[in-house]
Design a protein around this ligand. Structure first.
Ligand code: PGA
Length: 249
């Protein structure tokens, strides 16, 4: 059976005090055994979060990393720095990284390779813009994002990869893809992996949905056959909302 995963992408929210408060609240909730729960705080709060969650089932992910091992990259953080503070998972390719910081399929392929070499788990984000969906190009866009960044990888690399389909028009907008739209795209993604690799691998890869997932819509989205969980932005900043989503399977 595939992993069921709910990951909270905190983005540039939660300073040291807020992190302490939110993680303490999250620790007080019971966690279902069949769901992997992660939070992705800012770089400055990773070490604190790993320590606070040492005795909890929630694990810590980073929101980004640089492809290089070290060197003259002002403001950047490497995989070994993340691993050094106990972080073993990294989110790559979030649409905000793509649009605001010019990440693209080629630069993301480098980051993916670097994270794989460091034996990190990757939550790889991708998804179409509103105009691309309106002009019925969403399947082509998603296919290009996956094939350019991931489809040169050997089959063995995929045990370290979780996919997160996040239609850009649904991120932070309150507008969610309908469960049917999410299922349609997730099934398409699984078929792409089957065609590129094989059916066993296609059935094993966890595919998360992201974009305005809330306590009120999580259950319906997670009930779709090819949806294995969610990448949660806004609602992950509130402990009760986030745990309601975690318990929505
Ligand atoms: P949202 O963000 O849940 O606030 O829409 C999702 C994301 O950016 O991963």
């Amino acid at each position: 059976m595939r992993d069921q995963i709910v990951a909270g992408n905190w983005k540039m929210n939660n300073d040291q005090h807020e992190t302490q408060t939110l993680l303490t609240e999250l620790k007080n909730h019971n966690k279902p055994e069949n769901v992997r729960v992660m939070v992705a705080p800012a770089f400055t709060q990773l070490s604190q979060s790993v320590s606070l969650l040492a005795d909890d089932a929630i694990t810590v992910a980073a929101q980004n990393m640089n492809a290089a091992a070290s060197g003259a990259y002002t403001g950047e953080v490497s995989s070994s720095m993340l691993k050094g503070v106990g972080v073993k998972t990294v989110i790559l390719g979030h649409s905000e990284r793509r649009s605001l910081y010019h990440e693209n399929n080629a630069s993301l392929a480098d980051k993916v390779n670097s994270a794989l070499e460091a034996e990190m788990e990757i939550i790889f984000c991708f998804g179409e813009q509103l105009e691309e969906r309106k002009s019925n190009r969403h399947f082509d866009v998603v296919k290009a994002q996956l094939s350019e960044a991931l489809f040169s990888l050997p089959t063995s690399a995929w045990s370290q990869i979780v996919l997160a389909y996040e239609p850009v028009w649904a991120i932070g907008t309150g507008e969610t893809a309908s469960p049917a739209q999410a299922q349609e795209m997730h099934a398409f993604i699984r078929k792409l992996i089957q065609d590129q690799y094989n059916e066993t691998l296609a059935q094993e890869v966890a595919i998360l949905y992201g974009g305005s997932v809330k306590p009120g819509n999580a259950q319906e989205i997670f009930s779709m056959e090819d949806v294995d969980g969610g990448l949660i932005g806004g609602a992950s900043l509130n402990a009760n909302d986030f745990m309601a989503i975690v318990n929505a399977f």
